[in-house]
Design a protein around this ligand. Sequence first.
Ligand SMILES: C[S@@+](CC[C@H](N)C(=O)[O-])C[C@H]1O[C@@H](n2cnc3c(N)ncnc32)[C@H](O)[C@@H]1O
Length: 348
Amino acid sequence: MKRESSWGQRLGKAGDYFRDGDLTGLAKEARRFWAWKRREPFVPQEKPVVSFAPQERKQVQDLGPFDGFLRFQQGAFGENHLIAQYDPYLIRYGEYRFTLEMLSPQPGETILDTGCESNIFILYLAYLGCNMIGVDLNPQVWDLLRERKERVEAETGRDLQVDFQAQDATQLSLEPESVDKVIAISSVEHMFSDRGPGDRLAVAAMARVLRPGGLAVLTLPMSNGGPFHESPHGDAGFGAPYRLYTPEALEERILSHPELETVSLRYLAQTTPDPCYEDLGFFRFWMESLTEKERAKWAWAVPILTAVFNPIVSREEGEKRLETVNTALICLCKKEKPAGRGPDHAGK
Ligand SMILES: C[S@@+](CC[C@H](N)C(=O)[O-])C[C@H]1O[C@@H](n2cnc3c(N)ncnc32)[C@H](O)[C@@H]1O
């Protein structure tokens, strides 16, 4: 009944446009009609393609420690939504959320950010009172990072402890066991070296500088179900050196360091909360149907869109539907030294 009256109204409108000679209005009504005619009838599926775990629903409403980061971003940078503009792929906020949940950063801790670039996450950890060491191969990233740091300091009235060092994270010059925690957000996949596989070397360098019991959070791009991909000079897919991982490649190259044990491996996996649409549907709409300008209008909603359409899923769920998995979220812990194995006991 409702539909009839609504189509009655549409017909009336079309009549008005016709009477007024408004061709644009008539064309609009014609497009509406054809879109309605061509629509796929809704066929309920027997089994939901993906169902939202109650835990995921909760994460959308209650962003936990991540909420503090969003408030920090808003407070210091207002409507600029820096992360949403930097990352149209709805990945970064998920990576930062996982990192905060795993790391639980505490004031006074020394945290190393490898491949920190100019992003504000390092500034947020410094704002929480951590002593941050930011390492990046590219010394120029400090220009923008310093500018942003000064802005945060001016807005908050706090001095941020950020020691930026332009160096190669595959051969860190920091002292052994000198940092409490390490983060590497979408950076290790870009690390290459003449001395061997750059990602393994970066993990080994982290293991060396972490104190026993210290945590490392790494996030890495996945191959969406394809084979492991390594491009030391960049290619048509991405213009700089990078890798795309599979679960097996993660196991071999990242998770198998003898001094590190895996605390958590989870994934970001494209998902729809509505079983009548395919998992990648929203992502295609977001990236292919919208222009950059249109996406920018929704920047304020990107943390929520990320949590809904590219949520954190368990290792088991992600590996069941690898074609939707775009990012691995990993937390490692440096093993404690076995009791009685200090230098005094050598050879006993
Ligand atoms: C995608 S960006 C990292 C983004 C950043 N972590 C964030 O939170 O948005 C990758 C960074 O890794 C840096 N990088 C690449 N190879 C490196 C290496 N061997 N050592 C240190 N940094 C490296 C690049 O210069 C670049 O700034």
